[in-house]
Each structure stands twice: as C-alpha cells, then as structure tokens.
Design a binder for this molecule. Structure first.
Ligand code: ADP
Ligand code: ZN
Length: 433
C-alpha cells in the first residue's frame, strides 16, 4: 500500500523533528549560493541558527523576481560541476526561471514521484504514457524518472498528436496517462471523432491531471469519459515540478510531501501567515535539494491546508485543490504566460498602438487566446494587405515568445476600453466545466 511506509506514515512529532534538522542543513547549504550567502551575511544571521520551524519566519520570502534577477547561477549552492540537469518554467525570454539539480536531487525527485504514483496504484507491469512536453518543462522528465524508478513501462509520447496518442494507447495497452486537464478534454473529442470509446477500446485505469487549474467537475467528467480514476498532481518547476503534492486514493486533497517540503500559507497582501485551515498563498521551502535550495518561495498559488488526518493513513498534510493565482500569470495549454510578455513584444512592433486586451476563451475542448490590439490610424486607410501583414507579424512575434499561437485582431485606436483600468487587461471567459 505504501512505497515507503516509514516515511509516509511517520508520526507528526518525528516528521517535525526531521523537518527541523533538514531545515538547518538546507540553510547552511543555501548559504553557499551567491544570493543566500549575501542575505545571511547582510542580516547577520548564521544559517545554522535556523533550526526551528519558527526561526524561518525571520527570513524574507524568495520570489520569482529574485530568481530572474540572479539569472542564471546566483542561486546555485554547489560547485557547478556537481550539476547534472537544468529545467525552466514555461515562461520564455526574460520571464523564465531556471532550476539546477545535482544527481542526488534528481534521485530524490524521482523518489517523490514514484511514491506519488505508487500511492495511486501504479505498479511494475503498468504501461504509462506520458503526454506532457519533454525538454525544459518538468512534466515530461519529472514523471518519466519516477515511473521508471517504480518499474512501469514508460512511453515518452510527449505532448500533442492526438491520433497517434490514441493509437499508442491501443497498441501498447496503456494503463495510465499523464495529461494537462485541458488536453484530456481535447482527447475526449478526438476519441469521439474516431468513433472510439476509451472504456472499451483501451486498458486505461488511471489519468494523472496536472499543470493547470481545473475543477472537481472537470475531474469527474474526465473520469466518466475514460472510465478511469483521475488524480490531481501539483508541482511547479521552481520546486522541482511534479511530485510536490499529490492525491491519494481517497481523492480529497493532495498530500504535500513534508519530508521534502516545508509548507507555509500566507495572506498574499499582508504576507502574514494565515491560520491553519484558512486559504492563503502557498510558500515552500525545499528540505532536501542541494543544487539549488529555495527558502520561503512564494508559489503564487492559492490553496488551503486540510488539517484533519487522511483516511489513507499518511501523516503528511493535504492541500486543497489549487483555487487560483495571486499574480496575473495565465496558464494556457499548460504554458505559463504573463501579460507583460505580450506588452513587451507589442511595444517593439512599429504601428502598434497603446492598448491591448487579452480574452481567454474555451472553444469546444480547446483554450484559445484572443489578443485585441489597437493599431495606429494610418493602418486603416483601406489597404487590407498592409493590415494583414502586420497581423501576421504580430502573431509570429508573440508565438516566438509565448509558444502558443494567439488569435490576433487589430482594431482602431481608442476602441479598447478597460472598465476597471489597466489591470483588467485579461478577461478569462473559460469555464472549467
Ligand atoms: P508545470 O510544468 O507543472 O506546469 P510550471 O512551473 O510550468 O510547472 O507551472 C507551475 C504552475 O502550474 C503552478 O504554480 C500552478 O499555478 C500550476 N499548476 C500546476 N499543477 C497544478 C494543479 N494540479 N492544479 C492547479 N494548478 C496547477
Ligand atoms: Zn490520503
């Protein structure tokens, strides 16, 4: 029933003891990095003094901006030749963050994923098709190494190419898949088009859903369509990626692996810790990473800790399904995008006016990003070709940066109105049903 019973069912008292000693070690390790080294020196705090779960509250939060400002190696806490891998968040140029791992880090990460998969019933003999993008994204390699460690047969199918995915599922007898929820919904449509029913035409038992916001209704819909159980998987590349928090068979909240991660929840405005059981922004400190430890990292994700123990017997606390973000990051087809990326690209293109607006829609099973852009008057002289050329150029430039293809509409100056000021530049009409 457990991958590692000792650690998964460890009594709370011993778990907290383990956290304290790992926290202290992590702070000492972190102080070898340029960034945290300077921070401990400036504050005149010896890193080894951070040996209680309260002491950490004296340290500042680490943010995505800190990671960017110290790009690329400022947070690395080991000699560079100890590093064996890097991953990056899906944000591209200027907005990306990069995370480095040692061989030991890759090993513990794989172990936390294997533990999560075992918890949901994956075993040696299962055929696991990973439909996440490989490469810099963490959803590919993260799950891959964990499932391999567990002994499953892994098909590194990567994202997209739905008909081939379905063909693989049928030919190889796939029993488990890993997908972003919006792609799972898209696949439902492709099964329908092909006149196939996954319940009878595949051997699927388990669907892992991760990488983006989705509701309980979406999960139930996916479970009903595939005739499989769907589990929520949470992670972010800064904190490894998948394997941070994961649902057990009870399917009521995600166990966050507290031997690897220290959890805090804060009010995103006052940044004061919230009471147990109250919603707040998730803040994580890594407890076992050596290549690039992070202290009090603000994830930007809104959730709640479920304080009650879980029926499965695991003592690691659970997080409720993520409810949203505290910043303006959008996640479209699993890709993280910030409005500022769009703005930066647009301001570099001659002819583009002042205002733009992003409208996110769900068309059928797909997420669509519409970008409405004001262009200068002289483009509206009746020369449609000139306007179309500009539109194409904008699409190409945006795509090169945000990786997805937006639908671009050009409009005359002063026609875009933001009812509540500039901050409402994004309208999200997607209903996660
Ligand atoms: P990933 O490859 O897991 O998407 P990124 O670093 O690109 O990693 O994105 C991480 C962000 O994706 C998280 O901070 C969170 O906002 C979102 N996310 C990941 N998993 C989930 C999930 N299960 N539910 C809701 N949001 C999620
Ligand atoms: Zn449980």
């Amino acid at each position: 029933m457990y991958w590692d019973a000792d650690i998964e069912t460890i009594p709370r008292g011993r778990l907290e003891e383990l956290q304290r000693s790992r926290l202290q070690k992590t702070c000492v390790q972190a102080s070898s990095s340029q960034y945290y080294g300077a921070l401990f020196r400036e504050r005149n705090v010896p890193p080894e003094s951070i040996s209680s779960l309260q002491a950490i509250a004296d340290l500042p939060f680490t943010t995505r901006e800190d990671l960017r400002e110290n790009w690329p190696y400022g947070f690395v806490a080991v000699p560079k030749d100890e590093l064996v891998r890097l991953h990056s968040s899906s944000g591209t140029t200027g907005m990306a963050t990069v995370i480095f791992h040692t061989a030991g880090d890759i090993e513990t990460w794989a172990d936390s994923v294997a533990r999560s998969l075992y918890m949901t019933g994956m075993r040696k003999g299962d055929v696991f098709q990973n439909m996440m993008s490989y490469g810099l994204f963490t959803g590919g390699f993260g799950f891959h190494y964990g499932a391999e460690k567990l002994g499953a047969l892994v098909i590194p199918a990567g994202a997209g190419n739905s008909r081939r995915q379905i063909q693989f599922m049928r030919d190889f007898g796939t029993t488990a898949i890993h997908v972003i929820p919006s792609y799972a919904l898209h696949l439902c449509g492709v099964f329908d088009e092909l006149g196939l029913d996954p319940k009878t035409d595949t051997k699927l038992k388990t669907v892992y859903l991760g990488g983006e916001l989705h509701t309980e209704e979406t999960r139930r819909k996916i479970e009903a369509f595939f005739g499989a159980r769907a589990y929520n998987s949470y992670g972010l590349s800064e904190i490894n990626g998948p394997g941070v928090a994961f649902e057990c068979e009870v399917q009521q909240g995600m166990h966050i692996w507290e031997d690897h991660f220290l959890v805090e929840l804060i009010d995103p405005v006052t940044m004061v810790p919230v009471r147990d059981g109250t919603e707040g922004e998730l803040v994580i400190t890594t407890l076992v990473r050596t290549g690039m430890p992070l202290l009090r990292y603000r994830t930007g994700d809104l959730t709640r800790v479920i304080p009650e123990p879980c029926r499965c017997g695991r003592t690691h606390r659970r997080l409720e399904r993520i409810r949203g973000r505290t910043d303006d990051m959008m996640i479209i087809k699993g890709v993280n995008i910030f409005p500022i990326q769009i703005e930066n690209k647009l301001t570099g293109i001659p002819g583009v006016g002042k205002n733009f607006m992003i409208i996110l829609e769900r068309e059928g099973y797909d997420d669509i990003m519409h970008v409405k852009i004001e262009v200068e008057k002289e483009f509206f002289t009746g020369d449609l070709q000139q306007l179309e050329n500009l539109r194409r150029r904008i699409v190409a430039e945006l795509k090169s940066d945000i990786l997805i293809t937006p639908k671009v509409e050009l409009v005359e100056p002063h026609t875009i109105i933001h009812p509540d000021g500039e901050s409402t530049r994004v309208v999200d009409n997607r209903t996660r049903q």
